[in-house]
Design a binder for this molecule. Structure first.
Ligand code: IMP
Length: 198
């Protein structure tokens, strides 16, 4: 009984590795069908890295990759700021912003505005996860993975204080438990075959 009470609440798996793979394959096929002349994929650091790396390996058109980083939006902090800009010039090219999750939409809306000023042929948005329920600004999503409800998620690029990005799955985690101890899910995710296999 005591040991059961000490065990962290089980995170809920929202996307298994197999579900991630099929979502990535679908989105890569959609983008390959749209951009015959090639495309610049712009990863938003750091959460989109695993997603972007998997996407490019199954796309069947020429792909350039670049990255941007912005300050996370926090209520009351004012606005989003650019921390790392592109190295590539996207003028006249088709560009796709690749996001791990579109939540309030503030980051994506900022990035889209920023990129549109550089005279690209087009700017689109691709996201693995879409949490529409929390949207603050409207964002058009051209290539949408899975919709998630109002729960904090970790895994496959998504972190809590730098942890859990390298999980092969996406899981809903308890924010109160994480606030008490950011490592609370380490034994569960990294020590149990149930999660390693998924
Ligand atoms: P937005 O600007 O609110 O749409 O969200 C921007 C960023 O916040 C995302 O790209 C993520 O990096 C991060 N984020 C939002 N929701 C979550 C979550 O549930 N888990 C981990 N990171 C998140």
């Amino acid at each position: 009984m005591a040991s059961q009470e000490a065990a962290p609440r089980q995170p809920r798996v929202l996307l298994t590795a197999a579900e991630i793979d099929s979502t990535v394959a679908r989105l890569a096929a959609e983008m390959s069908a749209r951009y015959h002349d090639g495309v610049v994929l712009i990863g938003v650091l750091r959460g989109s890295v695993p997603f972007l790396a998997d996407l490019v390996r199954v796309m069947t058109v020429p792909v350039s990759v670049d990255f941007m980083a912005i300050t996370p939006y926090t209520p009351g902090s004012g606005r989003v700021r650019l921390l790392k800009d592109l190295d590539l010039d996207i003028a006249g090219r088709d560009a796709v912003i690749v996001e791990d999750i579109v939540d309030t939409g503030l980051s994506t809306a900022f990035l889209r505005r920023e990129l549109e000023r550089r005279n690209p042929r087009s700017v689109a948005v691709c996201t693995l996860l879409d949490r529409r329920i929390r949207r603050v600004v409207p964002v058009e999503i051209d290539f949408a993975g899975a919709e998630v409800a109002d729960a904090f998620v970790v895994g496959y690029g998504l972190d809590h204080e730098g942890r859990y990005r390298n999980l092969r799955l996406v899981a809903a985690a308890d924010v109160e438990l994480l606030a008490d101890d950011p490592d609370v899910y380490v034994p569960v995710f990294y020590g149990s075959p149930e999660f390693e296999l998924e």
